[in-house]
Design a protein around this ligand. Structure first.
Ligand SMILES: [Mg+2]
Length: 221
């Protein structure tokens, strides 16, 4: 039973709704992280972006039959509404997620992992950051490696839990770093001791997918 996870439009719609809720709850926290080493708008930007998605979500969902179109539209809203670095990065993430699965209304857990990995690749090619630059890539890449190693037959819930753990630890790993990308670069050594805000929001947003997966498991038990 546990390996028969089906990812459908409802899963994606619920996830986007929960991400919007999370962005409101964490707005001030994410913004305070960005105030320490950036321009103090990270939480505000994400809350504006996900409010935009929320507002359109019913419409999008009613007029969309496949997962890819829905994700693409959500990504376009983030791209057009969100300022700073995070808008284009998260926008690319969602826009590229479904690219390999056009017209699919349901996909498997393995396909869902491919989607997330493609989203991460899109973030990396857009931002051109490497691990150690003190960006969201420091969270995404260790997570990517967990997803990459998933084999059909492995426990998907354990796999995704590990993905989140690695991302969270990746975010922790940004604290002692000097920034090599973004506004925090200007601070030089003064960035040491501060967490990268994008690395924090990225694992927290991915954690929404994890919680949605757990809801599916609990419904199936
Ligand atoms: Mg900022």
């Amino acid at each position: 039973m546990t390996n028969n996870i089906v990812i459908n439009k409802e899963f994606i719609v619920n996830s986007l709704k929960e991400m919007a809720k999370l962005s409101e709850e964490q707005r001030d926290y994410w913004t305070s992280l960005d105030s320490d080493i950036g321009d103090g708008d990270h939480g505000i930007n994400l809350s504006i972006g996900f409010r935009g998605i929320s507002k359109e979500l019913d419409n999008l969902s009613n007029n969309t039959t496949d997962i890819n179109s829905l994700l693409k539209k959500a990504g376009m809203i983030l791209l057009s509404k969100v300022g700073g670095a995070s808008g284009p990065l998260y926008g690319s993430f969602f826009m590229k997620m479904g690219a390999k699965y056009p017209d699919e209304e349901e996909i498997s857990y393995s396909d869902f992992l491919v989607m997330i990995m493609d989203g991460i690749k899109a973030v990396q090619s857009r931002g051109k950051a490497e691990v150690g630059d003190k960006t969201m890539i420091d969270a995404f890449i260790p997570g990517y490696e967990v997803l990459e190693n998933y084999q059909v037959g492995d426990d998907p819930y354990k796999n995704f839990a590990q993905f989140i753990i690695e991302m969270k630890e990746g975010s922790d790993s940004t604290i002692p770093l000097i920034a090599k990308k973004g506004r925090a670069m200007r601070l030089g050594e003064r960035a040491i001791g501060h967490r990268d805000p994008g690395s924090e929001s990225s694992w927290m947003l991915m954690n929404v997918f994890y919680k949605e997966l757990l809801k599916r498991r609990d419904e199936n038990e």
